[in-house]
Design a binder for this molecule. Structure first.
Ligand code: SF4
Length: 436
């Protein structure tokens, strides 16, 4: 019995967590639409009667947000405002049995690899031919491309392999095909994502084939920007840097989470690399492409982290001068090997250390932005907000990096590239004017 006079079911997909989860939601949307279902993504409207929550189970904060979202929607169902609530994604993969016991009002829970099972709930069939045909949840001029699933690494703090399984690469052919379809739909920038980007190909091609994939994607007509996220530093294939150097439509940008810089912590985190090796790697990359933008991610408050470790990390940041830095506070995740250690750093102390490290980085970020004043950059317009346009250079990824604030008397179009001369610099963002 339907709660409202809806002619047919309307599904709202809610995505929590990372860009990889978002791609899964986009693929699910594409499959449901191909089976003639009415689908929206993150709709604030109340015109849907079914919700699918794609959860995140990475760290404590993310798990709490996922559970709150589930509870909110089962309450809407109890009030008769929803007919069905389904849950999928990493939290569901990891804690299915507990969730079924604790929140039985959910109609069904699915793991991260159970798309066909979700479709069955709608008497829908999985359509393999739909590669790339997904309901983009990003603005139409950029899209994420997930080149592989899962991870074979054993970082001691990380629960992702528990939820996403072992590394599985997609073929170069299927990714090139997907990129062509995305360009036909107006996409100009693709952001390559994976749990571990540099492992690409080791399973299906028995060797690291990311450089080959990059050249194949760079050959796709109309693809203006190709951006690399989640590279792993250990055994880093330098051919990747050569591909970035040789192909103008591969952004001079590399996101490479390093997590820490004290050898004591790197060992405890099982990162398979030392601070010295990371310094050599960064040095070699910069030697080959001096203007490359390096982004990294760090963890504050890992078990046993001493004051000296924090100072070593800050010192490393001062010397390496990364362009972009993100930081997480350590989350004690059962099922990871770090869970055997004592989580001896308090939540407040973790936050303070994270703050301290970001303050050190803020100065570097401002100095680097000030060096851009007077220079002109190719900028992709992302949106218009309070009368000003916001965009990005090739050195800025979406949502996590800096923005370019553009003052323009003439109308600019979202999704177009313009030349912008930088006039002002802030801690994170820069400002400029359109020049011909
Ligand atoms: S590389 Fe390490 S941190 Fe990244 S997903 Fe794999 S195990 Fe987790």
């Amino acid at each position: 019995m339907k709660t409202r006079t809806l002619k047919k079911d309307k599904v709202n997909i809610i995505t929590l967590g990372c860009s990889k989860n978002m791609v899964d939601s986009e693929i699910l949307s594409g499959q449901l639409i191909a089976n003639e279902l009415d689908v929206v993504h993150e709709s604030a409207k109340k015109d849907h009667n079914i919700v699918i929550i794609n959860t995140c189970g990475f760290i404590e904060k993310a798990k709490e947000e996922s559970i709150e979202t589930i509870l909110h929607n089962v309450e809407l169902k109890r009030q008769g405002r929803l007919d069905k609530v389904y849950v999928t994604g990493c939290l569901s993969e990891r804690y299915k049995n507990n969730l079924e016991e604790e929140i039985p009002e959910v109609d069904a829970y699915f793991g991260t690899m159970e798309l066909p099972m979700i479709l069955k709930q709608f008497e829908a069939d999985y359509k393999a031919e739909l590669i790339g045909e997904r309901l983009l949840s990003t603005p139409q001029h950029y899209a994420y491309m997930k080149i592989s699933e899962g991870c074979n690494r054993t970082c001691s703090f990380c629960a992702i392999p528990l939820m996403r399984g072992m590394h599985v690469s997609r073929t170069i052919e299927s990714l090139v095909d997907e990129a062509k379809r995305l360009v036909q739909r107006g996409v100009k920038e693709v952001l390559l994502i994976a749990q571990e980007l540099t492992y690409y190909g080791l399973d299906i091609y028995k060797k690291r084939e990311l450089p080959k994939l990059l050249h194949a994607l760079a050959d796709v007509q109309g693809l203006e920007w190709i951006r690399l996220h989640y590279a792993y530093p250990s055994k880093f294939p330098m051919e990747i840097i050569d591909a970035i150097k040789d192909r103008p439509n591969i952004c001079n940008y590399l996101d490479m989470p390093l997590q820490h810089a004290s050898n004591n912590m790197l060992k405890a985190m099982k990162r398979q690399i030392t601070r010295e090796e990371m310094e050599d790697l960064v040095g070699t990359i910069r030697q080959r492409i001096p203007e490359i933008c390096l982004r990294t991610t760090l963890i504050a408050g890992f078990p046993g982290e001493t004051r000296d470790d924090v100072e070593e990390l800050k010192n490393f940041l001062q010397r390496m001068r990364f362009d972009r830095v993100g930081i997480f506070t350590y989350s004690h995740e059962e099922g990871t090997s770090a869970h055997e250690l004592t989580d001896n750093i308090s939540a407040e102390e973790k936050e303070e250390r994270a703050q301290e490290i970001m303050e050190a980085q803020q100065e570097i970020s401002l100095e680097k932005n000030q060096e851009k004043i007077g220079k002109t950059f190719k900028v992709l317009i992302d949106k218009k907000e309070s009368g000003r346009y916001l965009g990005r250079t090739e050195f800025d990824s979406v949502e996590v990096d800096n923005e370019v604030i553009i003052n323009s008397k003439i109308k600019l179009n979202v999704g177009e590239f313009v030349q912008v001369k930088i006039t002002k610099a802030y801690d994170y963002d820069i400002e400029g004017e359109v020049v011909d």
